[in-house]
Design a protein around this ligand. Structure first.
Ligand code: HEC
Ligand code: HEC
Length: 304
């Protein structure tokens, strides 16, 4: 009996040892991803100084989710903090204590927002540049113009610290969001930015903000975040088939749909997207009405 126990405990120790070794390999691969040095000469984007451009920058920052992570005044915050995933800190972007406003050059801002790369060359964690990569030069320039004028807020923050679950999921390819820079083809030619107007083209440009959850074809699907509900289809084939533009705008601004459903802001961030102006929401709707593109090409001219 004693012998059996002895073998059993050897077996257990060996298993724990092997698991630990596997974890170390995974963890090492995660560190390698996080410490990779990128050499990216960002596009030179002239930064405007006029008040209209700065106001437009604030509008983009408020309506595309920047403040959800970086705080209402972009003063930074710890926005993920648990043992399994670790600590992820959205940087204080102001000129106060702990802020980076004064150290970032114009090129550093472009590199960070568009490419997801820190001024040191390391990839930024969780900062969704794979979406912001598609911000046109003019919009990006307005965002930077606004960030450069953020009032200073003293808010020193702790360092990032990636937890054990994230270190296992990332090497398994289950946590691409950890390092968005890896999802970007940094050398791809920049798409032409459509003019801001109620057109499907401008709607498609804005819909990049929806595709992370509603999928690139907007047909919805399971959430990438465990425990979150699936995102519904937004095409003409889905629940929105009978909606009008006014129904859509009401849902986006109030979180209440024409079907009497309350959208949960924790899963569907309508409080952020509801800040989009009439042109933006109208354009999104015009774009949604062209979908699906594959099996109903005749519907596209109904969008105007
Ligand atoms: C999902 C959360 C999230 C959203 C949304 C987000 N960020 Fe970030 N951002 C982060 C995190 C986290 C970091 C710090 C990452 C690191 O240090 O590795 C960061 C870093 C940055 C940096 C680099 C700071 C430095 O060290 O120089 C800039 C600039 C920035 N974000 C701007 C923006 C702007 C502008 C938007 C909106 C267009 C935005 N962020 C939206 C999470 C987010
Ligand atoms: C973080 C994930 C996420 C993002 C980003 C997101 N959505 Fe959603 N959306 C959801 C989820 C989840 C639901 C279902 C919510 C519920 O059932 O409470 C939803 C529901 C909706 C609905 C209601 C659909 C119905 O049938 O009632 C509309 C409309 C909608 N989203 C539009 C958008 C648009 C437009 C964007 C981009 C500007 C967007 N969403 C971005 C996750 C997201």
């Amino acid at each position: 009996m004693k012998k059996v126990l002895k073998y059993a405990s050897f077996g257990l120790l060996a298993t724990v040892g092997i698991l630990f070794a596997v974890y170390l390999v995974f963890s090492f691969r995660t560190d390698a991803g996080m410490n990779k040095a990128y050499i990216i000469e960002p596009e030179s984007v002239p930064i405007p100084v006029d008040s209209a451009a700065i106001a437009r920058g604030k509008h983009i920052v408020d309506s595309r989710g920047c403040t959800d992570c970086h705080g209402a005044r972009m003063e930074g915050k710890v926005f993920i903090d648990d043992f399994a995933m670790g600590k992820v800190v959205a940087t204080n972007l102001t000129g106060g204590q702990g802020g980076v406003q004064k150290v970032n050059s114009d090129a550093d801002w472009v590199r960070a927002i568009r490419h997801g790369i820190h001024r040191s060359g390391r990839p930024l964690l969780v900062m969704p540049s794979n979406e912001y990569f598609y911000l046109g030069d003019e919009d990006l320039a307005c965002v930077i113009a606004y960030l450069k004028r953020l009032p200073p807020i003293d808010n020193p923050l702790p360092a990032n610290n990636i937890g054990p679950l994230a270190r296992v999921l990332y090497p398994l390819g289950k946590l691409d969001q950890l390092l968005p820079a890896e999802m970007i083809d940094h050398r791809t030619p920049r798409p032409v930015t459509p003019a801001a107007a109620v057109t499907p083209e401008y709607g498609e440009y804005l819909a990049v903000s929806c595709q992370g959850c509603h999928y690139p074809n907007m047909e919805g699907g399971p959430s990438a975040v465990p425990g979150f509900p699936p995102a519904p289809s937004l095409t003409r084939n889905g629940n929105l088939a009978g909606w009008t533009e006014a129904d859509f705008i009401q849902a986006m601004r109030s979180g209440k749909t024409v079907d009497g459903k309350e959208l949960n802001n924790a899963y569907m961030p309508w409080q952020v997207f509801g800040k989009m102006n009439d042109t933006e929401l109208g354009a999104l709707w015009a774009y949604l009405r062209t979908l699906p593109k594959s099996n109903s090409p005749d519907l596209s001219n109904l969008s105007n």
